[in-house]
Design a protein around this ligand. Structure first.
Ligand code: BGC
Length: 749
């Protein structure tokens, strides 16, 4: 059906227009009909992000009701660990196909909030602690989905980094931190992929609800980043509907029984909201409907092909954290004839997605135990070891029996695969975790198994990091499988058997202790406010700045082959806002298997007028290399890779000086470093009577004048003491030899 947006805007009544600004039901936009003729059809939007949750009957936003079967792809925690934009594009295409064939117009995702704390209950749905990686992976996912003629919803904008009090809490974040850490994921996806919709967060940002925040929704999102699509509320995020429309929040979901629409109508009649403001929001809803595909009735798609892609992605997102030699050789990959045993309920009953609105009904479900038996043709011995239905194994007697069975199975095997992870009750949308430990009874099983057989490989299933330090000594090999989607079981087995050479890398640091995390003490806040006191030092930026040891660093992940790095070179062209840096390095596969290396480029400003992280990820590339093969890789960095958000000038700024360019296999495994000199922008601030003596002396024009003025009057040591004093105070004290009037003349001449 052809939608003539301009004609509709000119002819719809005020009431009809207002009705379009909220849904018709939980998942559909409002239809407008006159005398039985549909003027504006409704379109369906539905979760997201890693699979389609199309509810045919009862509706909810907590993952309670049933939905149609759909491929459950790996969660963002696993997808981000692939560091593979091309793979995310392909996953996106498949998600787009399933969205389209189910007559859904918009898939509600991806979620690009930063993993500020490992405690956030929804970290499984988010990509990384790093904004650059987040944006570079989410953009191709959005592109892939939208390539199928359906839309996405980039969520939750902005600063929704916890579940605790998420519908009310005010994230108290300084602008520089927003611009450098919490925005760039959104900014990059908006600029590169233009998601059809952006979903505003529930929470407040610096005291104002995101759903009624003009600076967030209009100034930054639209005026600065050029966003042309629609803003939809998170489900139930609207407080003041009229303020929302004025701020740029177009579509309220789900509907509120007409309350919001009535307020909008009243406000327009009273003149509190202009018709132009209303029309802008209505236009965006109409444009969304106009670009949405016509409903064709549910169509088939390649279910088996999508399952295979989910398996490929799960294997690619699996991170080999450790593979220490035991008896002179690493335990992984498992050799063909290895007599292995499997311990752990999670091998049989996989945990493969998180709980809440993202929960989909999978088309198939692979568990690792069945996959391992099928792949090896051996009835691999198994013991559950623990249960998943509660905090502990039930009665002491049951626990003892499970433990005894596990140790006897482990003892008889050559090598033991111990599957551990977080039960469903540990992490979910809606609440945060209170610690990052595995269940104690699982650790007890691991300990008991290791005591009878030290050849232990731990395979983890969790949506956000778990502390490995408490049990690291019992596990020479550790494989992080995350919540790997419906083919997570077979995907991880592909890695264990070496059918897939692991190439996953950590998108978040695994700290030694929760207490080391930068947000510790400030998370999740109290009395309705959460202070982002760590500022830009989020994730590895903090651990590096504080020189803290970590369990496994950001960017880390092992392979079954080895890679060598040649010398790093960096060439600077241009200066200031036009500066570009070309970084080159040759990487070689020095082992005997084909494998992929993720080459990471980190930039550090050696001396800056603001606190800057020691190093920040600014480029990466995943390179597949045959044994003995080497390749030169070139990275082009633009000025943004060097810039910081100047808190006073309120713009991206390249400050001149030395920058360190480090290339490596993780944030802590830097294989080559070069220092470049960059000519910066003029960032001298205007000098006023309230400028300090030090600021004035540093100014290229006024500085020499002041030096000349105070020469002979102010000794060097006195100048240091006066450094932080405003000029007018120094004038008042008579130290400069001029009074305020003289100062005024001095500053204006
Ligand atoms: C979640 C969103 C989700 C929406 C609809 C909300 O509770 O925060 O991510 O898309 O529900 O289910």
């Amino acid at each position: 059906m052809l939608i003539d947006v301009d004609h509709l805007l000119a002819t719809l009544t005020l009431e009809e227009k207002a009705s379009l600004l909220s849904g018709q039901d939980f998942w559909d936009t409002q239809e407008v009909a006159r005398d039985g003729e549909v003027l504006v059809p409704s379109v369906m939007v539905t979760d997201g992000p890693h699979g389609l949750r199309k509810q045919a009957a009862a509706t909810d936003h907590l993952g309670l009701g049933k939905s149609v079967p759909a491929t459950c792809f790996p969660t963002a925690a696993a997808l981000s660990s692939t560091w593979d934009p091309a793979l995310l594009r392909r996953v996106g295409e498949a998600l787009g196909v399933e969205t389209r064939v189910n007559d859904v117009a918009v898939l509600l995702g991806p979620g690009v909030n930063i993993k500020r704390s490992p405690l956030c209950g929804r970290n499984f749905e988010y990509f990384s602690e790093d904004p650059f990686l987040t944006g570079r992976l989410a953009a191709p996912l959005v592109d892939g989905i939208q390539s199928q003629g359906v839309g996405t919803s980039l969520k939750h904008y902005a600063a929704n980094n916890q579940e605790a009090d998420r519908m009310r809490v005010s994230a108290e974040v300084d602008e520089r931190t927003l611009r450098e850490i919490y925005f760039p994921g959104f900014e990059h996806v908006v600029k590169e992929a233009q998601p059809w919709t952006v979903m505003c967060a529930y929470n407040k940002v610096n005291g104002t609800y995101a759903s009624e925040h003009p600076w967030l929704l209009t100034k930054v999102l639209r005026d600065e980043w050029g966003y042309a699509g629609l803003v939809v509320s998170d489900w139930g995020a609207v407080r003041d509907r009229v303020a929302g429309v004025a701020a740029g929040m177009d579509l309220q979901m789900p509907p509120d029984g007409g309350r919001g629409d009535a307020r909008v109508i009243e406000a327009v009649k009273r003149g509190d909201l202009s018709m132009a403001e209303l029309d802008l929001a209505v236009r965006r809803v109409l444009e969304l409907v106009a670009r949405s595909p016509q409903k064709t009735g549910v169509q088939p798609y390649d279910v088996a092909g999508h399952h295979a892609l989910a398996r490929e992605a799960a294997a690619a997102g699996t991170v080999l954290l450790a593979n220490d030699p035991v008896d002179g050789a690493p335990l992984l990959p498992l050799s063909g004839g290895a007599r292995v045993a499997v311990i752990g309920e999670l091998a049989r009953t996989p945990r493969y997605q998180g709980a809440g609105s993202s929960q989909v009904i999978p088309t198939r479900l692979d568990d690792a135990l069945t996959a391992l038996r099928a792949a090896t043709g051996v009835n691999v011995p198994f013991a559950a070891g623990y249960t998943l239905d509660g905090e502990d194994n039930g009665s002491g007697a049951d626990a003892a029996a499970l433990l005894a069975e596990a140790t006897s199975v482990a003892k008889a095997a050559e090598t033991v695969l111990v599957f551990l992870g977080l039960p469903k009750s540990y992490e979910s949308e809606g609440f945060d975790r209170s610690h990052i430990d595995l269940p104690a009874e699982q650790v007890a099983v691991l300990q008991a198994v290791a005591a009878v057989n030290p050849r232990v490989i731990v395979v983890l299933a969790n949506g956000s990091v778990v502390a490995t330090a408490p049990w690291r000594e019992y596990a020479p090999a550790i494989v992080e499988g995350w919540l790997g989607g419906q083919a997570g079981g077979s995907g991880v087995v592909d890695v264990l058997l070496g059918k897939v050479n692991p190439s996953g890398r950590l998108a978040e640091t695994i700290p030694l202790r929760l207490e080391d995390n930068p947000s510790f003490g400030n998370f999740p806040g109290e009395y309705g406010a959460v202070r982002y006191g760590e500022g830009v030092l989020v994730g590895y930026r903090w651990y590096d700045y504080r020189e803290l040891d970590v369990a496994f660093p950001f960017g880390h992940g092992l392979s079954y082959t080895t890679f060598g790095y040649g010398p790093v070179t960096a060439t600077v062209t241009g200066e200031g806002a036009e500066v570009r840096v070309t970084v080159k390095v040759t990487v070689a596969n020095t082992g005997d298997r084909a494998g992929a290396e993720v080459v990471q480029v980190y930039v550090g400003d050696q001396s800056a007028s603001v606190l800057r992280p020691k190093r920040e990820l600014k480029a990466f590339e995943k390179v597949m290399l045959e044994p003995g093969e080497s390749r030169e890789i070139t990275f082009d960095l633009d000025s943004r890779a060097l810039a910081f958000w100047h808190p006073l000038l309120k713009r991206w700024t390249v400050e001149g000086g030395a920058f360190e360019i480090a290339v490596g296999a993780s944030s802590r495994d830097l294989r080559g470093t070069v220092t470049i000199d960059v000519i910066g922008e003029d960032i001298s601030l205007p000098i006023t009577s309230l400028s300090s003596v030090a600021e004035t002396l540093a100014h290229p024009v006024v500085g020499p004048k002041l030096s000349a003025l105070i020469k002979g009057r102010v000794s060097k040591s006195l100048a240091v003491m006066l450094g932080d004093m405003p000029l007018e105070s120094v004038a008042d004290f008579g130290i400069m030899g001029i009074d305020r009037v003289g100062l005024e003349t001095f500053l204006t001449s």
